[in-house]
Design a protein. Sequence first.
Lengths: 238, 329
Amino acid sequence: MSDANEATARLTVQPGKRVAIWLGTRAPVRTVRWLDGALRAAAKLDPDKTGRVVALAAGSASWLDLASDRARHAGIASAGVPTDLQLDYLGWAQIVAAAVRQLAAGTVLVDEASRPERWIEVAAIAELLDAVQLTHVVKVAADKDVLTASRVLGRQLQTVRVRGPAVLGVRIAGAPVDEYPTPMPSTSMQRLELAQLGLDPIVLGHRAQPPRGSTEPRKTVERVAEHLLVHLAPREVR
Amino acid sequence: MAAVLVHIDLGDAGRPDASSLVALAAGRHVASSWGATLYAAVLVHDPHHPSLGAHADEIAQTSMPSVPGIATTEGALARGGADKIVIAVSRDPIAPLWSAIGNAWQGVVDHLRPRLVLFGADAPSASELGPRTAARIGARLLLRARASGIDDVELRDRDGGYARSTDGGAAVAMIGRAAATEQIADDSDVDVVVLAMPGERDPRVELVTTTPAEIVHAGGAVLVLGDDVASDPVIGAAARRLAELMNAELVGGPDAVRAGTVAPNAVVERITPLAPELCVTIGAAQVDIAGATSVIKIGAAGPNRITAVDGVLHGLADVAQLVKKLEQA
């Protein structure tokens, strides 16, 4: 067992009382501000700093280093699943669910603002953990075993109380970040290998999905209109 | 025969949500092409329904519930092209949360075992029910998909995901756009199946309050007007029309408020964090946009902090052209 793994194993936290914050599989698009905000929201769920919050990421080494670095800034321990797999929402959810069980976490926050593909994983993770789900959460606070969360629904804000295991997709901004130092290779992140989580990469490969979509911006009125068509306010079909 | 199932959210007086009707139209095109039966399913609350006994643990076909506006619902769904209407009666109030209606909805899915499940992308329940339904049945998930093709209709999303008649396995799609369907007579005959759903809401989640959301929490579409174009009446009018077409929040800097183009409570600054699904910026708009947001920049004079965009139009006159294109769509 590495030093980092020993450090995590020494944490004396009651199983199911830990909070995991799923940061995803690739670095944020545009800014780390929302990543920081999600981490800060998770840290607030452990006001006594008992070490019961752990940040979780999967993917390439460079992304894991960044995730670990931002978690360290937020005062949160981190765990990472090194893999070069490219999976769909359900494939990643299987990895998250296995890691969450390994980490004995009961509550899972998901940073759903940093990348477009992340919010749909909230439901899949909740399904695999048989947990409550809430998407589009903009505020969360804990009072003993009860979470109070506010979520956006159209132009409304729903406030709900949640008891028991829950997966919450959060879109909470941290402080503005123009630049941040290049992260050093992480030594404090606990590494979780797929085999250690009871997962077989070949089986997971059935949920493989290459990165999709063009990265080139549309540059004509016609192509931009095409992009916006699926966002048009619905009119009466007839 | 394969089943295509469309979830229908209901609005006032039993009127189906407009986005749900878009999904129903897409379902009609797909079902006709695939030779499938099109089911439109609504969840309704009738705590006094006789089939909802405390000990019921199976779905039972039953009599019509006592729900205001149900005839309006039936008529709208029949005109929208449904082959069959499923009315799922729940003893718990209907709210757009998986914890509130997940059990009842899952009962419908289990009963019909559909090959394709559709939601209106902007329907209230879609974000909670769509991905969870997909995860539960192990389906592919398409976001803001649209139907395309004439004889062999398929669903496609803009990331390259698709659902075709020849595919194996199930798919769930959140529909963003569909062509209108053929006119169907008001007196058309459509089968109505009423199911009493066992189970209750998940007691682990309690809805406490619902209040208006602040602009910074806008989750749908946001249009940001730069101060450099705030006093241009032509751009302002085009921006307002574009916002109307997309049901978007129109926000801007202090100059846009002074010009009366945006509301006083819709001021944003360079560091204001926004995480809507879509953001269109016009002129030298400055705002801090989340990575999950799809961004279109129009008429930005030079590079700014908004990167990784999905579309760029350099001329400010393009706003009016874009409005015209979308109005014609």
